[in-house]
Structure formats: C-alpha cells, structure tokens
Design a protein around this ligand. Sequence first.
Ligand SMILES: CC(=O)[C@@H](O)[C@H](O)COP(=O)(O)O
Ligand SMILES: NCC(=O)COP(=O)(O)O
Length: 260
Amino acid sequence: MSNQSAATATKLSVNLNAVAFLRNRRDMPWPSVIEMARLVLDAGAHGITVHPRPDQRHIRFSDVHDLSALIAADYPGAEFNVEGYPTPEFLDLAMASKAHQVTLVPDAPGQSTSDHGWNVAQNLDLLQGSIDALRRNGQRVSLFVDVDASSVLAAAEVGADRVEFYTGPYAALFEGGQHRAELERFSDAAQAARHACHNARPDTPGLTMNAGHDLTLANFPALKAVLPDLAEVSIGHGITADALIMGFPEAVRRYLQVLS
Ligand SMILES: CC(=O)[C@@H](O)[C@H](O)COP(=O)(O)O
Ligand SMILES: NCC(=O)COP(=O)(O)O
C-alpha cells in the first residue's frame, strides 16, 4: 500500500441533534426531525446521524425509531448512523434501530458534548463486548478516537470496522490559523489506519476513516487535503447554523461541493 491515497468523495451524514434541541424548547412537534431528515436526504446527503444522550435533551429515543422507519421505508440507499456511549440501554436502542453504523463515543452521561476519543486499552472489555454484539446484529461499528496512530491501531485490534476522528481540537485551532501541526497529526493517524491489520477482517487490511465534530464549510477543505480517502463526515452544528441562513437544501449542496 502506498503512502499516497486516491481521492474519493467523502459522504455527508447530517447530524440532527441541533434540530431536535430547537424542537425541545417547546412542547411542540416542530421543527420536525423527520421533515428535516427528508429535506437533507432529498438534497443529496448520504445519511443521517443522531447522538441520543441519556437525558434525551435533544434526540429522543422515539426519534431514533422514527428515523429508522423513515429511512427503511423511503430512503433505502441512505445510511443511518447512531452514536453514543455503550450502556445496555444504548446498545438495545442502537440494535433495535437497525442503524447501518453505530459509532461508540466515550461520553459520560451528563457531558455537554463530546470532547475526547476512546482510551481503548482502559475500556477493552466494554468495547470488545459491544463491538461483538453489534456486529452479530449485522451492524458496522465505528470508534470515536483522538487523532493519533496508537488509538487507530487499538481500534483495529479490538475489532472496530471504522474510526471516527475527533475533529474538535482541529476546528478550534483552525479558527486561530494555528492548525498546521494538527494536520500533520491527521496525516500520521491516517497512515496508521491505511496500514492497520484488522482483527475482525484479517483478509482486508486497513481501517476506514470517518471524522466529525465542529466541521464547517470553512475548515473542511484543509482537512480533506490531508485525508483524501476520508469516507464519511457527520456534521450537525455547523450545517444547522448555515441552514438557518440559506436553508437545509442549499446548505447540503454547499457541503457536498467541498466534500467531493
Ligand atoms: C461524537 C460527536 O462528536 C458528536 O456526536 C457530537 O458529540 C454531537 O453531540 P451533541 O450534539 O450533543 O453536542
Ligand atoms: N460525529 C460528529 C457529529 O455527528 C456532528 O458533530 P457537530 O458537527 O455537531 O459538532
């Protein structure tokens, strides 16, 4: 495998947490998570991401079931990605949702948002058991990881199908124009992913890469330049902010342009 990887279009999974958060300000059904899912998928987004948290402050468990039914009925080509910490309740929900991809994230129950990736060694039994159960249920499993080679290799060893790079620190540094060193970290971690020996699929070397957290139209292109083979991004806060100005269909079209 060479150090240079062929560029591929990165898929866009739109995270609807922020829409649900707005809806939950009132005891009302709108803005509707289902209606927004239709809007973004009709505009060409490849999938929908939700991160139900234990307090259901934005995505409710019922939303997960409703979105699953919508995608199965009307958008069979779209991908449903459910993210969260693997409690028994979350695993039951994720399995019942038949999500195509389950992304395991190491967030404590009351955490305001995700702010770090897994320490795989310290959570080996939890991750091993969760990954095995989800894979037996026919679901792809991605692990949310910090941008370093050791985390990527640990994810491959524990049997994850993919990693999702935590891009929060990159996005913060980008704001101040101080992101060059962070891009080098992505290059190194990506090289590890491309060469990783995969425990669950020993015949298929390499670990597929996703990324997410605070990605925007502005900060994505520099990331794509060092990760030309990035498979998928999940984007919520940034695209929702853009959608408030330009509408979801136009926001999706603009993100698809920078992702290609
Ligand atoms: C794993 C990740 O980065 C996202 O799922 C993010 O944490 C969204 O969660 P909130 O919308 O609750 O901030
Ligand atoms: N996995 C990251 C995600 O779903 C979206 O995060 P953000 O764009 O809302 O920061």
